[in-house]
Design a protein around this ligand. Structure first.
Ligand SMILES: *Cc1c(COP(=O)(O)O)cnc(C)c1O
Length: 395
């Protein structure tokens, strides 16, 4: 067989990753997603999940999923524009709209799909998309699918955003400012009040991807827009149901007319099958649990603050997170990989975050604490962090 069909060009690139010390295999987890899991045959404290509230294996949500399967089966059958929503999809959208305090919610198969579908549906030739430089990959890809022009402003730099708007606003019909609500790799919040003020001054639309704020910030986890009391001043709020909500899915919350338009033009809804009943059944229950009680979000924040305090005390560079997300900066890529590997050998599972997820030279471990971790587990994790970091002269 020829080199071409043996995919020699891929083999070469993989060898390069190995030479750079950044090659990795996808770990295999043998247990449900919990505070402690078995990975590649080893029991470890799990600090690598976005399962913020411990919902991914919650008995109430599992029961709701099973009941949905019994009643509606395991598949949606087709895309929603052809076979329709079932009553569970309709209910989840209605419940989420109430939870988010918005007119309407359109459900997507994931947060990624939502960005891939919404941005291109609401912008077009003659428009400009203005994006924070650290926005999530799905926003970048979603933006690439649009016929609008693009501009990037420096991360959370309001002077730079203003500069872009001063220079370019007049040349376009609509301008859409897009930002993450919570920046997923650093845990800092967008300066939403200032962004909204600028948007109003320059007559722009606003779009907040709140994947890491959903179920985490605001009253009972209503998100970053609620946290900043900006209801009615953000045009499009994206949320994920794959992180704090424990299952999978994404949605956009906003005006009813937006939902009407998306049902005609959001390509992931027109060309990819609707979420299965089990997922939707469990998500209806998840929204109910959050509306009933703030115990989950409270415990999450307590655990996050507790862990961050201990890590700072130990001398780690944990950046400037304003949420439970805790980056632990190592900077060097290969050293970050070794740090993660040695933590794992000592019973702590925390994934390395390297290029292209973060810029080169900004490698880090990203610790994801959840509401389901015990203080003992967090203490144990910190002790292991200190031991391994000393061995590697990181602290
Ligand atoms: C995780 C994430 C997504 C993707 O959400 P999924 O539901 O996992 O597809 C989108 N945007 C941001 C900012 C994220 O952090």
């Amino acid at each position: 067989m020829s080199e071409l069909h043996e995919l020699k060009f891929l083999q070469d690139q993989i060898q390069e990753l190995k030479d750079q010390g950044v090659y990795r295999k996808i770990p295999v987890v043998e247990t449900a997603n919990e505070a402690e899991i078995v990975v590649n045959g080893k029991k470890v404290i799990n600090l690598s999940s976005n399962n913020y509230l411990g919902f991914a294996n919650h008995p109430r949500l599992k029961k709701a999923a099973i009941e949905a399967i019994e009643k509606y089966g395991i598949g949606a059958g087709a895309v929603k524009t052809i076979v329709g929503n079932n009553t569970l999809h309709e209910q989840l959208e209605a419940d989420l709209a109430i939870f988010k305090r918005e007119e309407a919610v359109m459900l997507f198969q994931s947060g990624f799909n939502c960005n891939a579908g919404v941005i291109q549906a609401i912008t077009g030739a003659g428009d400009l998309i203005v994006s924070d430089e650290l926005n999530h990959a799905s926003i970048i890809d979603g933006t690439r699918l649009s016929k609008a022009d693009r501009a990037v402003f420096k991360h959370s730099d309001m002077d730079d955003l203003r500069k872009v708007l001063v220079e370019r606003r007049a040349n376009y019909k609509h301008v859409l400012i897009i930002t993450d609500g919570v920046f997923s790799m650093d845990g800092d919040l967008a300066k939403l009040p200032e962004i909204v003020d600028l948007a109003e001054e320059f007559d722009c639309l606003t779009y907040v991807d709140d994947a890491h704020g959903s179920g985490v910030l605001g009253e009972n986890g209503r998100g970053t827009v609620d946290h900043f009391h900006l209801h009615g001043r953000i045009d499009f709020t994206i949320g994920t149901l794959s992180k704090a909500f424990g299952a999978i899915g994404g949605y956009v919350a906003g005006r009813a007319v937006m939902k009407e338009w998306l049902s005609h033009r959001a390509r992931p809804l027109l060309f990819s099958t609707n979420l299965p009943p089990s997922v939707v059944g469990s998500l209806i229950e998840a929204v109910k649990m959050l509306q009933e009680s703030d115990e989950y979000t409270k415990t999450l924040w307590e655990n996050g603050d507790y862990f961050k305090g201990k890590m700072k005390e130990a001398g780690f560079d944990i950046g400037h997170s304003e949420t439970p997300i805790t980056p632990v900066f190592v900077f060097d890529e290969a050293k970050t990989m070794v740090f993660s590997k040695k933590l794992f050998e000592n019973g702590v599972f925390v994934s390395p975050i390297i290029f292209p997820t973060v810029p080169k030279g900004k490698a880090r471990l990203r610790v994801m604490v959840s509401a389901s971790h015990s203080k003992e587990q967090l203490d144990e994790a910190v002790a292991v962090f200190i031991k391994v970091a000393k061995e590697l002269s990181i602290i």
